[in-house]
Each structure stands twice: as C-alpha cells, then as structure tokens.
Design a protein around this ligand. Structure first.
Ligand SMILES: NC(=O)C[C@H](N)C(=O)O
Length: 326
C-alpha cells in the first residue's frame, strides 16, 4: 500500500516565478503547492499526497511565529495514524534554521524532510521538481523514521542539525561542514551512510515544551574594528546574545572586556563566523567562563538553541549542558 505523505509548503524559490526559461530574476513564493506537485507527475507513483499551503513567502520572511505554527502542524500529523511522513518545501536562504528548529521541537519520529530549490519553477532547468520528488521518496522510506529532521537537495540527504547553505548561486547549494552528508538519493532510492548521534525530535527536551513565544536572541558579528556599542545595544534589546566571533569564537580585547561585563546579566554564547571547526571554552578570550561555547553550531543555529534553552531555563549551567548535548 502507498504511504500517505503530507507536503506543507512555505514558499521559497521552489515556488518562485519569473520570466519563462530564465533563472536569475524571479519572485520567490508565488506558485501554489498543488501546481508545483502537478508539474511532477511521477510523484503520484511514490505516495498518496495531501498538500497544505502554510504560507507562500521568501524564506527571509520566515518568523518564529511561523516556525511555531509549522511545528504544531507537523506534531498534529504525528498522532494521525493515516499519515506516514511530512515534506516541507522552503526557501533555501533560511532552510537550515527551520530544519534545526524542527529537529529540536517536533515530538514524534515520523520522517520530516525539507527541500527547496535554487532555480524558480519557471526556469528552463528548474531543480525543484527533482528535489521535491526525492523529498517525498525519502519521507515515504522506513529508513527515514527516527532519523531526525532531514533535508534533501541535489541528490543528497542532510541532517537538519548540520545542513548549511554554502553557495549563494549554484544548484548544489548545501553542505555539512566537517561531517559529510547522511547519504544519497538515486532517483527515489534511499542510500543512508550515517545517522546523527545528537538527540533530536521525540528525544529532545524541547519536544514536549510549551512554546508559545520565543525569547529574543540576537547575533553580534565580530569584525576588525567592531565597537563595544554594538554589543551593548543588542544586549539591551535581547534576552540572550550569540557572538559570531572570528577563528575559534574570538574577538578584540574591547569586546572581551564588554562581554565579561554583559555576561553578569545576560546569557552569551560564543560561536564562530568560520564555516568549519569547533568552538570550545577559551582560557584566553573567556578566562572567567562567562560565555557558553556553541561547539559545532553556526551562529544562526546557536541562536535557535539559545532561544529554546531560554524558554525552559535561565540557569547558565543548565544552558551550558544543553549546548554540550544538542
Ligand atoms: N533559493 C531560494 O529559495 C532563495 C529564496 N530567497 C528563499 O529563501 O526563499
């Protein structure tokens, strides 16, 4: 019997429309999900499909409120015995953020697979149809059960925790820093090579959390000559702060002194603007252990984990453990 897969559409370039054949100038989030599905007739051989248009936006307009609505919808399908898996179509610019948020907050183990495209649906060689086809195939696969939130892009399976957009132009726009992909797709065939070891979905402490609004967390990007005011202004307006430091989460002596002071009242996470590597405690940049290292999380993912952590506790040591765990 065919699996029943829900496609929740949020917009992005996969729903983009522009001049016929051209790939460059277009507007994201223009085409309805039912039309996108109709453009890939082979999808109906893979599964029974139900489509839902949650929104139709450029993913830069994704908000925490929409994340919460998306999570609630996905969770509702977790307890529906007629549903086997969920695909989310999404713009690529912030896909990694939504994927990580869902990876930490979905409360069931059914497959959840994100996908999108780099070329609009109206381009001569649009990449959306194949990505969507493979996302449905993966969501219908037993191998994707309890694998955490996944993403499929350009024949490649990624984990929602680690996926990162690394190319702003090519159709093969994603990568996973140091860790490699989780596997490949060969048309509709699934080839997993590895699975993530970090707790996710039903095993995450945030899966059962009451989340109605998320605390405010900003990212302060360090660069040569960055002044202390940036930190002071951001910290005034936020419940927590993520530093996108240089190298292994580093910054100037001026920032070091300011961060030490601000950390008396705010939770501050040290991450790195560098794409690969790991941020640990730093005896030189943070001798007083005022900040929490983000380990392998990018600044934008550290921000999501800090928002969720702050929604369950204000205790620095508990938040430190959360960063060690997730
Ligand atoms: N390729 C894309 O989907 C980019 C688009 N700006 C979006 O994120 O919605």
């Amino acid at each position: 019997m065919k699996k029943h897969i829900i496609i929740i559409a949020t917009g992005g370039t996969i729903a983009g429309s522009g001049e016929a054949g051209k790939a460059a100038d277009y507007q994201a989030g223009r085409i309805d999900v039912s039309e996108i599905v109709r453009s890939v007739p082979a999808i109906s051989h893979l599964a029974e499909l139900t489509t839902i248009q949650l929104c139709n936006i450029d993913s830069n307009d994704m908000t925490e409120d929409t994340w919460l609505r998306l999570r609630d919808q996905i969770n509702a399908f977790g307890s529906d015995p007629d549903v086997d898996g969920i695909v989310v179509t999404h713009g690529t610019d912030t896909l990694e953020e939504t994927a990580f948020f869902l990876n930490l907050t979905v409360n069931h183990r059914k497959p959840v697979v994100l996908t999108g495209s780099m070329r609009p649906a109206t381009a001569a060689s649009a990449d959306g149809p194949m990505n969507l086809y493979q996302a449905v195939a993966l969501a219908a696969s037993e191998e994707a059960v309890n694998a955490g939130v996944l993403a499929v892009f350009s024949d490649t399976i990624y984990s929602g925790r680690d996926i990162q957009k690394i190319n702003s132009y090519k159709t093969d726009a994603f990568e996973i820093g140091d860790f490699g992909c989780l596997g490949y797709m060969r048309d509709d065939q699934v080839y997993f090579l590895s699975k993530t070891d970090k707790p996710h979905t039903a095993d995450s402490i945030f899966a059962q959390a009451e989340l109605s609004a998320l605390p405010k967390v900003a990212i302060a990007y360090y660069h040569c000559g960055a002044d202390r005011q940036t930190l002071e202004l951001l910290s005034e307006r936020c419940d927590g702060l993520v530093i996108a430091g240089s190298g292994s989460g580093n910054y100037s002596s001026e920032w070091k002194e300011t961060i030490h002071r601000l950390a008396e009242t705010k939770i501050i996470v040290r991450s790195s603007r560098v794409l690969q590597g790991i941020v640990f405690d730093s005896p030189f940049f943070d001798p007083g252990h005022d900040t929490i290292p983000s380990y392998t999380l990018s600044p934008q993912k550290a921000r999501i984990l800090l928002m969720l952590a702050l929604s369950v506790t204000g205790e620095r040591e508990q938040i430190r453990t959360i960063f060690e765990t997730y």
